[in-house]
Design a protein around this ligand. Structure first.
Ligand code: NIG
Ligand code: FE
Length: 409
């Protein structure tokens, strides 16, 4: 073991849920030592090497997990959709509102009108709330600009907020989210622009880590999605997909064909899609917040995904239309209550499996050499993280080795 002469930060008095292996990886009475942005040592405190530490955080029996990874959000947007919520409660459907030019396009109008600084101000509390419950890595999509400059503006805002709050933000271009008003009735022409102009511009700017699309009745067809994926491949960017959310378009199989990082939502996923995802190693990202808020009744095929060995991630889908939540912990609860994941599956789904969905191999478990992303909770066992809903037991996080605690222990 290569140990440094000093630890920068040392956490003691904590129990660890390392998530090493297939179980919780429980280490009672543990400690974590950090040097720079890496975990230098993790294990039982009794075995802690005799290395001095610059800063010591002594807890009294809290639990540490890998920092949460929220692998699917749309948290950079302006305005809200409360009136659409009221309409849906009176009986209008999400699809009807979208077809009338509301829904995503109404958030596009507000987001285009907001300056970059205003978008930072509106979006900061959302990222801060995710981080406040333990998230240390957050994926953020564009998709509310739907023109080149506004899409890049959203991605730039996401990166700025990540740097400011020390959250590792991963950005995804979602220009194929809806047809912008200027292209009404001309979806193919919009896809031409996405493929010929926006995907290459996003790749050149370095502002996008991946490309996503919305393949559905009110989104884009399979053929249009294929073209977006081809443009992404040409630009050297990995893909992922909003697939089988409202209907089965065989989108997950298409995503798998392109070696997608993940296919997300998946309520209408078919056995064929499951087989293709299993063969390609594409992660299934389940979004219980959207299922709940749209009052869906068709459950994603969790058992079949398990049987096929498809890794299952869980995420907030933080967005103003279908999942206006900033609570990753609530999503752990909903993944169990609504989708029947076990607490262990849910927590793995928002740590190591979510890291896999972003192809980040240096996080998601507590182990020496991994990024020092750690969440600390005032709970008495790790399953409690998924059991409760509506509270926040997070005491704070290490984000890339930097302690972020409201009250330092
Ligand atoms: O993940 N379905 C597509 N995209 C988002 C919703 C976006 C919105 O309604 O603003 C989702 O559910
Ligand atoms: Fe989404």
């Amino acid at each position: 073991m290569n140990l440094p002469a000093r630890f920068d930060v040392l956490l003691t008095g904590i129990h660890l849920a390392t998530l090493e292996g297939a179980d919780w990886g429980i280490v009672r009475d543990g400690a974590i030592a950090v040097t720079g942005d890496r975990i230098a040592w993790a294990g039982p405190e009794s075995g802690l090497p005799a290395v001095p530490a610059s800063r010591r955080l002594a807890f009294d029996g809290a639990w540490a997990t890998p920092g949460l990874v929220d692998c699917h959000t749309h948290l950079v947007y302006a305005g809200n959709r409360a009136s659409e919520f009221e309409r849906r409660l009176r009986g209008a459907t999400y699809e009807e509102i979208a077809r009338e030019g509301g829904g995503i396009v109404s958030t596009v109008r507000a987001t285009r009108a907001a300056s970059e600084d205003a978008l930072v101000e509106e979006s900061r509390p959302r990222l801060a709330a995710l981080a406040g419950e333990g998230a240390t890595t957050v994926e953020v999509k564009s998709g509310y600009g739907l023109e080149r400059t506004a899409e890049l503006k959203q991605l730039a805002v996401a990166r700025r907020l990540g740097a400011e709050l020390r959250v590792d933000v991963r950005t995804t271009l979602l220009a194929a989210h809806a047809v912008p008003p200027e292209y009404e009735g001309r979806a193919d022409a919009w896809i031409d622009t996405v493929c010929g102009d926006i995907v290459p511009a996003a790749a050149r700017s370095g502002l996008a880590d991946a490309v996503d699309a919305f393949c559905d009745r009110i989104g884009f067809t399979r053929d249009q999605t294929r073209r977006v994926f081809e443009a992404a491949r040409e630009a050297g960017l990995p893909v992922k997909l909003h697939a089988e959310q409202l209907s089965d378009q065989d989108g997950a199989a298409l995503a798998a064909e392109f070696g997608a990082l993940s296919a997300d939502h998946l309520e209408w996923l078919s056995p064929r899609g499951i087989g293709a995802m299993a063969a390609a190693g594409t992660v299934a990202v389940l979004l219980p917040g959207a299922y709940y808020a749209l009052r869906e009744t068709k459950l994603p095929p969790v058992d079949a995904l398990r049987r096929a060995g498809v890794p299952i991630a869980v995420s907030t889908d933080c967005n103003p239309g279908t999942s206006p939540t900033t609570s990753p912990l609530l999503m752990l609860n909903m993944a169990c209550t609504l989708f029947r994941l076990t607490p262990l599956e849910a927590v793995r789904g928002m740590t190591c499996v979510a890291a896999q969905a972003l192809r980040l191999r240096d996080r998601g478990v507590l182990r020496a050499g991994m990024r020092a992303d750690v969440a600390v909770y005032a709970v008495s066992e790790p399953a409690e993280l998924a059991w409760r809903f509506g509270g926040n037991p997070c005491l704070g996080t290490l984000r890339g080795g930097v302690p972020c605690f409201a009250v330092e222990p």
